[in-house]
Design a binder for this molecule. Sequence first.
Ligand SMILES: NC(=O)c1ccc[n+]([C@@H]2O[C@H](COP(=O)([O-])OP(=O)(O)OC[C@H]3O[C@@H](n4cnc5c(N)ncnc54)[C@H](O)[C@@H]3O)[C@@H](O)[C@H]2O)c1
Length: 387
Amino acid sequence: MSTIGVGVVGAGWMGHLHARAYARLPHHVTDLPWRPRLVAVADPVRAAGDEHVSRYGFGRAVTDWRELVADPEIAAVSVTSPNSTHREVGVAVAAAGKHLWIEKPVGLTSSDTAAVAAAVHAAGVHATVGFNYRMVPAVARAKRLIDEGTLGRLTHARFRLLTDFAADPHGVLSWRFTREHGGSGVLNDLAVHGVDLIRFLVGDLSAVVADGDRFVPRRPLAVPGASQYARGDADSPAGEVENLDYVSVLGRAGDGVIVTLEASRVAVGDQNDYGFEIHGTEGFVAFDFRRPGELQVAAGRSYVDQPVTTHAAAPGDGDFALFQPGAGNPTGFDDLKVSECAAFLHGIAGNRSGGATIDDALAAARVLDAVEGALRAREWLAVPEPS
Ligand SMILES: NC(=O)c1ccc[n+]([C@@H]2O[C@H](COP(=O)([O-])OP(=O)(O)OC[C@H]3O[C@@H](n4cnc5c(N)ncnc54)[C@H](O)[C@@H]3O)[C@@H](O)[C@H]2O)c1
C-alpha cells in the first residue's frame, strides 16, 4: 500500500489526538488507497514537537509551521494549534494545494472561518473540521431516528456542554482566556460544538438570544505551550480573563424548533457533561457523552407514560463497526478522532465522507457571531443567511 505524507501543526492535546488517529487509522480502515505517513510536526515549543517525534514516529519536528507547509512530501495537514493561528495556517495549507484537517472553531470569528473556506474552495482541496461529537455512533443513531420521523415533528430540545476545566481560579491564563488567541472563550471552546450538534440533528439556527458571564476575572500567568489543565498558585503574577466562562442561548432551529444551549467551562461538579435531549410530537432521544455507548429513546404513540428504552450503540450506528463487532462496547474520544481521520482521508480519496466540512464550520461561526451580537444588544437577533 502506498502512503500519504501528513503534517501536524500544534503538538498540544489535539495534536496528540490527531497524531494517534493517523497512526491507528490502518488498524481500523482498510479500504483507503494509502496509509498516513507522519512526516513532520510543527510547534514553537521545541519539547512538545520532540515528544511527538519520540512517541509517534514523526520524521522530524520544526518550530515554524511554514517549513512544514512548504514540505513537498506532505499532502495533508492537521491544524491543532490555538484558534488565533487557524486563519493564517489554514489559508496557507489550502493555498499550497494541501488537504486540511482543522480543529474547531476555525479561527476567532466568522471572517476567519470564511477566509479559510474561500481558500479551500479556491484550491479545490478537501477539508474536514474537528466537530467530533457528530461522529459518536449513538449520535448517528439519533440522527437516523430523527430523519426517519420516529420522533414525529420536532418541537423542543436542550443541548449542554458543561465542564469544570476552568473552575479552579488557580488554573493558568492559557491562550483560551485571551481575546487575541482564544476569541470569545466558552463560545469558541464549547458552545460551538453544541451549535454543530443542533445543526446536525435539528437544523440550522435562524434566530438567537443569549446571556453570559465571566466568573473568574484573573488567573496566574502561563508559560508558552501551557495546557488548559496547568495550575499556578495564589502568589503567581496574574492577568485578566478577557472572554466568557458561561453562556446560555435560546434559539429557533430547523422548522421553528425551540432549542436551548448552555455551555460552561467553570461548572464545578460537571466533568464533560455534554449531551442533549430532543423532543418531538411522538418521541424523544437523549444522549450523555459520559455514557457514549447509550442512546435513550422513547418512540411510539402512547404519548403519556411512554416508556424510555436504552439503545446500546451497535454495528450499523455510524462508524461503530470500525471498532467493535457487537453492541455495548462504548466508543472513546480517541476513536472519534479515528473516525474523523477516516472521513478526512475518504474525502481526499473522493469517497463519501461523513465528517463536518469547512462549510459546516462557517455556518457554526455565523451562529456564534449572532450569539455575540445578541449578548451585546440583549435582544433576539436573526442569524444572517450565507452571502
Ligand atoms: N475537537 C475538540 O473536541 C477539541 C478539544 C480541545 C481543543 N480543540 C481545539 O484544538 C485546538 C488546539 O487546542 P488544544 O487543547 O490542543 O491546545 P493546547 O494548548 O493543548 O495545544 C496547542 C499547541 O499549539 C502550539 N502552538 C501555539 N502557537 C503555535 C503556532 N504558531 N504554530 C504551531 N503550534 C503552535 C502550542 O505550543 C501548543 O503545544 C484549538 O483550536 C481548540 O479549540 C478541539
